[in-house]
Write a protein that binds this ligand. Structure first.
Ligand SMILES: Cc1cc2nc3c(=O)[nH]c(=O)nc-3n(C[C@H](O)[C@H](O)[C@H](O)COP(=O)(O)OP(=O)(O)OC[C@H]3O[C@@H](n4cnc5c(N)ncnc54)[C@H](O)[C@@H]3O)c2cc1C
Length: 350
């Protein structure tokens, strides 16, 4: 069996430490000391613990998270290989359903999986021919395996810088495309399952992320309310426009939120742990979440959440910004969504 590296998650070319400075702490991504893949993984982990200012300070950070079972963070980097001369990928798919395989004919297969999938393969003693590539993309994830020679391979050509890929801020909401993988394939139909993108959504409510995390074919790393203290900088409340524009409604929400903050502090003063004090936090509590899906899952998400008028306003707004960016990255995949979006939303706004 022969294995060739086809593609893996690349940085959004519109992002840089300078471009992100003052926008959000995404700028700390460039403090990371690893490969881009490792930096994204560390960043996703640090978002959970609100410790992004410590990016790059602990070489063991990723390996320690993997050991303790906080493994969602290694799901944000996707690696695609071509397998030649074996039908082994059929068996791999049976052993781990979170990979994508496509039959290229004549005993060749395209296999995509995130680094958690690949680690699982290696631990089962399969697909080991791919280890050198994975070890080069994200060495810290595969620290339990010795380093092997990498060989050479081609990586994606990053799309030229495009203004539509720049992060967006709208009120408290921030949408940043961290990276994506878009293998160049003979048959573009395969792109749906082998392309993937990672977004960072900030300044959104728990009500919004509760809807987002219902999408099961996805990977999430969300700021934990167990580790962040509301009384020490905590969170803000996300306020729906409908409430904000009516002073009497706004007063009710503000009063409730002030009381929640006060009672939270009172619980903490009684020695109640953060993980219990958070029980009184409302749906309005602001949160942040790193989200990765392949293009097929984004496609489904956009149909439900970006272009359907039944979608709730906050997740719809967020999904529409994400659609705009992925349409720029992969117009062939998201053309239909874009057409419907324009017809239903943009035309009306003109
Ligand atoms: C307008 C709107 C209103 C909603 N209201 C409610 C509500 O009142 N209460 C509520 O609980 N939820 C509600 N939801 C959530 C909704 O039911 C879904 O849970 C959510 O949108 C995730 O989408 P999904 O299940 O289609 O697909 P995903 O989880 O994104 O999965 C993608 C696709 O994979 C397949 N799939 C994934 N997992 C399975 C599985 N286990 N079995 C079979 N196929 C699978 C399906 O084809 C699915 O479409 C609402 C959603 C919308 C958009």
């Amino acid at each position: 069996m022969q294995i060739e590296l086809v593609a893996y998650t690349q940085p959004n070319p519109a992002l840089s430490a300078e471009a992100m400075s003052g926008f959000s702490d995404v700028a700390t991504l460039w403090q990371g000391k690893g490969t881009f893949a490792e930096n994204v993984i560390e960043y996703a982990g640090r978002v959970c613990y609100r410790s992004t200012e410590r990016m790059g300070t602990a070489p063991e950070f990723i390996a320690a998270r993997v050991r303790e079972g906080h493994e969602d963070i290694i799901e944000h980097i996707v690696v695609t290989v071509r397998v030649i001369g074996s039908d082994a990928p059929l068996r791999w798919r049976l052993l781990n359903r979170h990979c994508e395989i496509s039959d290229l004919g004549a005993g060749a297969w395209l296999v995509s999986g995130n680094t958690r999938v690949w680690l699982d393969f290696f631990r089962q003693g399969i697909a080991l021919e791919a280890l050198p590539f994975l070890k080069a993309v994200a060495p810290a994830v595969f620290a339990e395996y010795p380093t092997v020679s990498n060989g050479r391979w081609a990586i994606d050509d990053a799309v030229a810088h495009h203004p539509s890929l720049a992060p967006v801020q709208d009120g408290p909401m921030r949408v940043t495309l961290l990276g994506y993988t878009q293998p160049t394939l003979d048959d573009p139909a395969h792109l749906l399952h082998h392309g993937a993108a990672t977004f960072f959504f900030e300044g959104i409510s728990r009500a919004c992320t509760h809807q987002l995390v219902r999408h099961r074919l996805a990977s999430f790393s969300q700021e934990s309310q167990r580790y962040v203290d509301l009384t020490k900088g905590g969170w803000n409340a996300i306020v729906p426009a409908e409430i904000a524009r009516r002073p009497e409604a706004m007063a009710l929400l503000a009063e409730f939120w002030a009381q929640a903050e006060q009672q939270y502090a009172a619980l903490r003063a009684l020695g109640i742990r953060k993980e219990d004090a958070r029980f009184l936090l409302p749906n309005a509590a602001e949160t942040r979440i790193v989200t990765t899906m392949n293009f097929a899952a984004w496609s489904h998400f956009f149909w439900l959440r970006a272009v359907d008028k039944a979608a709730q306003w906050e997740i719809r707004q967020m999904a529409q910004y994400a659609l705009r960016m992925l349409y720029t990255v992969a117009p062939a995949v998201f053309q239909e969504h874009w057409n419907v979006y324009q017809e239903r939303f943009e035309e009306r706004e003109k």
